[in-house]
Design a protein around this ligand. Sequence first.
Ligand code: GLU
Length: 305
Amino acid sequence: MQRILDNIIKDTRKWTIEGQVASYIPELAKGDRDAVGICVTTLDGEEFFAGDYKTKFTIQSISKVITLMVAICDNGKDYVFSKVGMEPTEQPFNSITNLEGHDRNIPLNPMINSGAIAIVSLINGNSPEEKFERILRFMKKITGNDTISVNEEVYKSEKATGDRNRALAYFMKSTGVIEGDVEEVLDVYFRVCSIEVTCRDIARIGAVLANAGVMPWNDERVISREVSRIIKTIMVTCGMYDGSGKYAVHVGIPSKSGVGGGILGAVTRRMGIGVFGPSLDDHGNSIAGLKVLEALSKEFDLSIF
Ligand code: GLU
């Protein structure tokens, strides 16, 4: 495995020049375009690392997996999916056009911005601080990493420029999808997106999903088998933005990407995968990360299809 990962990183690094680091959040534009790293966490407790796996990056949309878990734990799946749908979209992750004119005007799925903002509004807590702390605590638990924290610069940058997310949130307030104070909901959303992780952290989240909701390193269950199955299914259909269909054909691993360059993969009964590469394609997916996952999937026959 180690030799294969080293070779995959070596072979795929050249792809980074084909993409661009995200710049619509100004602080993200400082990312290293050439970086590529990976961590694989197997369910029997082995961990493998290659490339720039030590680099920290903001979790961005991969947090949508975590907030969905917390919201379902707090409210039950039936209530959560009465507020947010389960359907994929061919529109970009921050699209406004999808919010109106179909099924009760609810966001199409929890993996796009509108859906994730609605999901964050469902999380229990008496204040935005308490809501955020609960999500952070869950994140520390599911990664086994007590040192996880927010990148304050990215948070400030995102909050200062997040007008599109504001537009989505205020629209959802007008249709009753979001209740309560919109700016408070957005503040929690921006903070959660700005949490800093490494490949190892997201590989561990993937390993919990791969292990049907049980942390493989201590056998503690964090979500039910059913919730784990639901989330992996939505990752397949919606996790890679409007590139999810092609990704399913080429890679076939339930995955979620973020514009910070991370991709989390969960291979049921086998492994969690965390990939990082901030150079993105037109859909917002790590361009080298896609190649890494495609090569890994082929090498170890990881596609679920
Ligand atoms: N924080 C980012 C945003 O709201 C997340 C986008 C992403 O990673 O897809 O635009």
